[in-house]
Design a protein around this ligand. Structure first.
Ligand code: SD4
Length: 334
């Protein structure tokens, strides 16, 4: 928890910026030989479940059941992140998520599949599984994104149950925040974050992804972060790979972070290199970068993966056939 608590608001204590060593990330060959589109089948790892944070381990388990049963990457990604959405101990996702400054739990989520189809909901209240609503937006409407009351109406018409998502612990945290900061405090408290983003590769070699969050704790009512924005909090291109983000969403949106990661992979960078370069871009675009945190994870078409963040404290979970379900500490810029 210590890591996650301090994830978004990192200490600037004496943290000198490391030089920007882009040379170390230069691709050695043409994109087709490195990004996964022309990978030798014997070098491929399948299936793979990759997700942010330590609660990604449980999400990976749920995804794994589907992936090893021959299920689709899309079904696996949805099932995986639903585990975090229903877990009240995960305080930045679904039930148990911290409310906004007016005491409302408002949720953002998106999903993307191997055909490039995508669905998204933002500023959605009262629905435990926004990721499944996002999937239905993708599958049942001509749209990509529904927000607020319209998203709620759509969910209710499609059989989702309206629930109170404000867990007693979250309500208590909100009371404490009000006591300590005062509701008129202009800054948004961005402590305690653990959005889940998941990328999956199925046995057929198809990629999908899902991302779901309650966003920044005690945010302004109506605030939407990067997580439901295709290209910012999640992007998947089945020819190349996928990426998802966690951290201070405003900074990720400014860099269109996950689209950038995938485009870098298209240019021939490995998933790890692409995540490192995208973090550099976030730093360039956000002068306040020392006081925020952003992390990316990426999964290539061949099962190769990577992760990187601004400051120490971010970890992610990977499940593969050979190495089981493991938690990896992300490298960081600071
Ligand atoms: C947001 N990116 O709403 C999300 C928060 C997050 O780990 O990722 N927390 O800005």
């Amino acid at each position: 928890m210590q890591n996650r608590r301090s994830f978004l608001r990192t200490s600037a204590l004496g943290a000198a910026a490391a030089p920007v060593l882009l040379d170390g990330c230069a691709p050695e060959g043409p994109a087709s030989s490195r990004a996964g589109s022309n990978v030798d089948p014997k070098d491929e790892i399948r299936p793979v479940a990759l997700s942010t944070w330590d609660h990604g381990l449980a999400a990976n388990d749920a995804a794994w059941e589907i992936l090893t049963g021959g299920g689709s990457a899309l079904d696996a990604a949805e099932a995986g992140v639903r585990v975090s959405e229903a877990d009240p101990e995960v305080t930045s996702v679904g039930y148990g998520g911290r409310p906004d400054r007016s005491g409302h739990v408002t949720l953002d989520a998106c999903i993307m599949d191997e055909q490039g189809r995508c669905g998204s909901v933002a500023f959605l209240q009262h629905i435990m599984h926004p990721i499944s609503v996002a999937r239905q937006v993708m599958e049942k409407t001509p749209h990509v994104m529904l927000v607020g009351q319209g998203a709620l109406d759509f969910a209710l018409v499609n059989g989702f149950e309206q629930e109170n998502l404000l867990h007693p612990d979250a309500a208590a945290a909100w009371e404490t925040w009000k006591d300590e900061n005062g509701a008129a405090q202009p800054t948004i408290d961005i402590d305690n974050h653990d959005t889940i983003g998941m990328l999956t590769l199925d046995q057929a070699g198809n990629l999908s992804g899902a991302c779901t969050t309650s966003g920044a704790a005690f945010k302004y009512h109506g605030r939407v972060g990067d997580s439901p924005i295709i290209g910012a909090g999640l992007y998947v291109d089945n020819e190349i790979g996928g990426a998802t983000a966690t951290g201070w969403g405003e900074a990720v949106i400014r860099a269109v972070g996950c689209f950038l990661v995938v485009e870098l992979m298209r240019q021939g960078y490995t998933p790890q290199e692409a995540c490192e370069l995208a973090v550099e871009r976030v730093i360039e675009k956000n002068p306040d970068w020392r006081s925020i945190q952003v992390g990316f994870i990426a999964l290539g078409k061949n099962g190769d993966h990577g992760g990187f963040c601004i400051a120490p404290g971010f970890n992610y979970a990977i499940r593969t056939p050979d190495e089981g379900n493991r938690l990896l500490d992300s490298g960081s810029r600071i």
